[in-house]
Ligand binder design. Structure first.
Ligand code: SAM
Length: 290
């Protein structure tokens, strides 16, 4: 991560959600409020992202987006949308079944906590992110007038998750929590991921759940999407966001302890809804419980 700029991948995901919402074929995957939220974030970030937000809404841009996908990671936009849909469904189910707190780690410009806040008026929400990315989210949320959402800025590669800051901002470890780390752990080292698992466990009441995504190590041990081209490797490392950690499902069982893995959602589970379209393969969702 670069220290002065928001995560480029988080900005790219926000632009992808706008593109999908304005595409007739995929508009059902991204709600209007989510697309509007992403638009506000991009509009307020920089002149460059304001322009991106504008062109992402145009019908002629879809052909360009498809071409960009072909030379980077075919099916990545659909992967983002279906990954988000799956995690949102797990969060809604946890909230409907007794969780009262949701903490999104590495939240980027994800509109999920703002959406859930409306649907679950008594639940409390936190977002933990790198300070360089979070300050732009805080600004966008205050412009939109989003309340009942607490922000904790932490660079997880330099420091452990700030337990005290979380508790000081009304987080209650005796309440059941739904934790989310979507598209984050691949940027941290294995040791940091393992420490994070233990820290979250120590803050979690029984029945709490953790939905996170991880890059599944390829047969040659490389950490990347199956279809990822060299252009993406170069771009991620130029932007200071290379993938550094990945795992096999077997290795994960030990690494996540004391969390117990409930199930994995992979490319085949996500594509059930869209069997006729290519979806990027390589990032898996894991649901764990304590
Ligand atoms: C690919 S984006 C994912 C954003 C969001 N979770 C989503 O799926 O739309 C990666 C996120 O991880 C955060 N991140 C990366 N490295 C981090 C670090 N060392 N500490 C805290 N957050 C980090 C970035 O700021 C960014 O918000």
């Amino acid at each position: 991560m670069q220290n002065d700029q928001a995560s480029r991948t988080a900005l790219l995901i926000a632009a992808s959600l706008i593109t999908l919402h304005h595409d007739q074929k995929h508009s059902g995957l991204v709600s209007k409020t989510s697309a509007e939220f992403c638009g506000r974030v991009l509009d307020s970030y920089s002149a460059e992202t304001r322009l991106l937000s504008k062109i992402a809404r145009q019908s002629w841009f879809r052909a360009i987006a498809r071409m960009i996908e072909r030379i980077t990671i075919p099916g990545i936009l659909l992967h983002y949308a279906l990954r988000k849909k799956c995690i949102a469904k797990l969060a809604r189910s946890a909230l409907a079944n007794g969780s009262t707190q949701v903490v999104v780690i590495g939240a980027g410009f994800d509109p999920l906590s703002s959406e859930l806040r409306r649907e679950f008026p008594t639940a409390l929400f936190w977002e933990i992110d790198h300070p360089a990315t979070q300050r732009h989210k805080v600004r966008a949320c205050s412009e939109i007038g989003i309340e009942r959402l607490h922000f904790v800025a932490t660079d997880l590669s330099g420091a452990a998750l700030d337990r005290e800051a979380l508790i000081k901002s009304s987080f209650d470890p005796t309440q059941r929590t739904f934790w989310i780390a979507e598209g984050l752990l691949m940027y941290l080292t294995g040791e940091t991921v393992s420490l994070l698992m233990r820290t979250l466990a120590s803050l979690s009441a029984p029945g709490s759940q953790f939905a996170f995504t991880f890059m599944e190590k390829q047969a040659d041990r490389r950490i990347r999407f199956d279809s990822q081209t060299k252009l993406v490797d170069w771009w991620l490392s130029k932007r200071g966001e290379p993938f550094v950690w990945g795992s096999t499902r077997d290795e994960l069982v030990d690494l996540v302890r004391p969390w117990q893995i409930i199930r994995f959602f992979d490319h085949d589970d996500l594509r059930i809804e869209r069997a006729d379209e290519p979806i990027a393969k390589g990032e898996v969702i894991c649901l764990a419980e304590i």
